[in-house]
Write a protein that binds this ligand. Sequence first.
Ligand code: ZN
Length: 505
Amino acid sequence: MKRKLTYLLCLALLVMSLAGVSSVSALQDNSQKVSAKLNSAIHSNSAPKYIFMFIGDGMGFSQINSAQVYEGNNNYGEVAPEKLNFTQFPAAGVATTQDSTSFCPDSASTATSLASGVKTHSGTIGLKVDKTTVAPTITELLKQQKNMKIGVVSNVTINHATPASYYSHVQSRNSYYDIALQMADSGFDYFGGGSINEATGKEKDKRSAYEILEEKGYKIADSNEEILALNKDSGKVYAVSPKLQDSGAMPYALDTAEGDLQLADFVKKGIDVLDNKNGFFLMTESGKIDWAAHANDAKSVISDVLAFEDAIQVAIEFGKKHPDETLIIVTADHETGGMSIGYAATGYDTAFDILGNQKMSYVAFDELIGKMKKNDADGLTFEEVMPVITEQFGLLAPSDAIKDNPMEMTAGEYKKLKDGFTESMKSVKTKNEENTLLYGTYDPLSVSITHIINNKAGVGWTSYAHTGVPVGVFATGVGASQFNGSYDNTDIFYKLADLTRIKTK
Ligand SMILES: [Zn+2]
């Protein structure tokens, strides 16, 4: 018991220091990002009219603080993180994330806990532990009981587990087509971000889910022009990112170019479409944080945490205009990758500036190498690929000529890279215990590169899956003080239900 208390105390201190709760000056220094008026409403007893729920998928404390370290000051004697907007929110808590079948849960069950307040099986969406009884979602209840407008945004596919948990009820998260049909039947007012996975079913033999959405009254906007023109008179909308990557998701923030729509744009448009006299609930997920963490790609994690911060800033700006009516919550469904700030080989040092050399995500790199492979009939050699690795990640081969360049690989790192290349070029990959630990299910070359560059920077990874560490909850605006403390992820649903005074039975 004593151990548990010490643990909780340490967690609470960690959250408080991340949130800057103990530092009033931190709150004042960053007044451009956060809003004093919004922050002062945290003890308000009135029901919030505009609710923003942000879920950083896989965004544990390491993912959050990595972005703060990367943006921060690493100079000896001046070391300080650059605070993200949400870690300065005046209310902060920690939530446990286990589901009914695992301490290392998945996004289906954990998002169900957040959306519906129940524990269920890994892989199950919107159903109680019997996998049969429907657990109503906060979004469905707010629509039914308060006639609020509802929006769901995600930068991964819109029928992926986390967004799906706010509008669907299925035994398996892999029933993508059924989930898309339930999306069309939800009557929700705004969907935005990634495309529909398996829009014509697993066998590609079903009627297009896009067609069905249109039949049910949804306007589908899938170009920059159409999306940017959306407003409160647009009716029910599904805004699909014109640029897609990685099986129908929005691209990694690291791979976007100027003029590309970002997660923040889909939040902005959500507000434009949803704003009405009864208020709204807008759930925004950054699923790319999770995907990058699965692949152990720290730079892509950091870039997407920063893009997530931009999306949250849109809500903060809205909240500044409606400080007595807005509630903003930022949390995660679980941690992914067992990411750490600190690594065995770097000990007490970090050098996050090393990550600045990485110019593209592991996915974009895989695509690039794939193209080179196709255009090289006699087989790609390591000597042909190494200059591309240097250009995109900054890594240099060991050499006597280089002195004190942190990007120079050690002999061990260079061997690891070459082994990864050799394995990557095999048409049939070698399956053994060692390779599973080294590469997971990822391309052996790109995952070797990100491991090398991450470890040099002082970032470690322990898993290609999710872990069981609790996550942070950060809140500002009306009733935000409810989210202070240590609790379970299911409590987030009940806290929201209490604040909005809806009946849950
Ligand atoms: Zn995941």
